[in-house]
Design a binder for this molecule. Structure first.
Ligand code: IPM
Ligand code: MG
Length: 361
């Protein structure tokens, strides 16, 4: 049986990093005798330019029939002049909502080889391995009403609505408990229950589930404290569960602890484990087309794709081992090199991972 994988290279460095990840997926599939069929479609700024819509119906059709989707990045200064409702980022939000990808997994794992690249002291981050479980299709990102209005007195007012119902909270919380069961057995739910009603409900619903998972130690933390703890003592965390906006912010913070946002993969899953996989970093228009981008976050996202959507955990393990091997060998892209002059290109890094896959298989 062939798996259908949809590539959405997107904007900026997206196409460069996705093409390296595609080569890695081909290499690993060859090793395990898996058949992958690739399609490619437009999402984000490129889709606006070519088809006048950041999530065109041609992309939607392919996305709905794919077994898994690998995305590069969307957005760039060229489209920043557009109104919020027409920007490339809207394409990303639309595909998340359309495929009901409510469960966003953002692991922050420090490769020991990169401890010196972390913004924190090596002893604070050595061995760091945490998982952020971010609710991705609700909360203030999607709540209604939203908008910018002008009053009769000519005063403009902007507003959004942070809203979760208990069904939405329960389905993401259950997955977070299950991930905690498979990992270190600790779940910390992050909210702002001292101020926001929506997160008071969040805390109540998460607490109600705890008795179903007696092997998981549940704690709660306010988001301001969680932000502080992430940069003070990040190793205290195993699984962090949070809503859409707090998850967006905390996952960028966690990324920096690991040395570079260029290293961090993510998965966005629906209830059937179909998913969209993407690096946590953005489109980095400042370095696009220069061969400077680090493809490892996208390559590691491809590993997650094999693990969660194709149920091929050995293929996933092999990709992750190949990445470690390449880091061991000393290869660094600019973002993780620490030295202005000594770094390899996106392509060279991709070549090295492909070579490591056949060496290690
Ligand atoms: C992310 C990004 C997106 C988000 C943007 C590009 C819409 O920052 O995936 O974290 O805010 O969710
Ligand atoms: Mg973000």
């Amino acid at each position: 049986m062939a798996y259908r994988v949809l590539l959405l290279p997107g904007d900026g460095i997206g196409p460069e990093v996705v093409s390296q990840a595609q080569r890695v997926m081909e290499a690993v599939s060859a090793q395990f005798g898996l058949q992958l069929e690739f399609d490619s479609a437009d999402l984000g700024g490129i889709a606006i330019d070519r088809q006048g819509d950041p999530y065109p119906s041609s992309t939607q059709t392919l996305a709905k029939s794919a077994d898994a989707i690998l995305l590069g990045a969307v957005g760039g200064p060229k489209w920043d002049v557009l109104p919020a409702s027409a920007r490339p980022e809207r394409g990303l939000l639309a595909i998340r909502a359309d495929l009901d990808l409510f469960c966003n997994l953002r692991p922050a794992l420090l490769f020991p080889q990169l401890a010196a690249s972390s913004s924190l002291k090596p002893e604070l981050v050595a061995g760091l391995d945490l998982l952020i479980v971010r609710e991705l299709t609700g909360g203030i990102y999607f709540g209604q009403p939203r908008g910018i209005e002008t009053s009769t007195a000519g005063i403009r007012k902007g507003f959004n609505t942070d809203v979760y119902d208990e069904v939405e909270i329960r389905r993401i919380a259950r997955l977070a408990f299950q991930f905690a069961q498979k990992r270190g057995g600790r779940l910390c739910s992050v909210d702002k229950a001292n101020v926001l009603e929506v997160t008071m409900l969040w805390r109540d619903v998460v607490s109600e589930l705890a008795s179903d998972y007696p092997d998981v130690e549940l704690s709660h933390m306010y988001v301001d404290n969680a932000a502080m703890q992430l940069v003070r003592a990040p190793k205290q965390f195993d699984v962090l569960l949070t809503g859409n906006l707090f998850g967006d912010i905390l996952s960028d913070t966690a990324a920096m602890l690991t040395g570079s946002i260029g290293m961090l993969p993510s998965a966005s899953l629906n209830a059937d484990s179909r998913g969209l996989y993407e690096p946590v970093h953005g489109s980095a228009p400042d370095i696009a087309g220069q061969g400077k981008a680090n493809p490892l976050a996208t390559i590691l996202s491809a590993a997650m794709l094999f693990r969660y959507s194709l149920d091929q955990s050995e293929a996933a393990d092999l990709i992750e081992k190949a990445v470690e091997h390449v880091l061991d060998s000393g290869l660094r892209t600019a973002d993780i090199s620490g030295k202005e002059s000594e770094f390899v290109t996106t392509q060279t890094m991709g070549d090295a991972v492909v070579a490591a896959i056949s060496t290690l298989a």
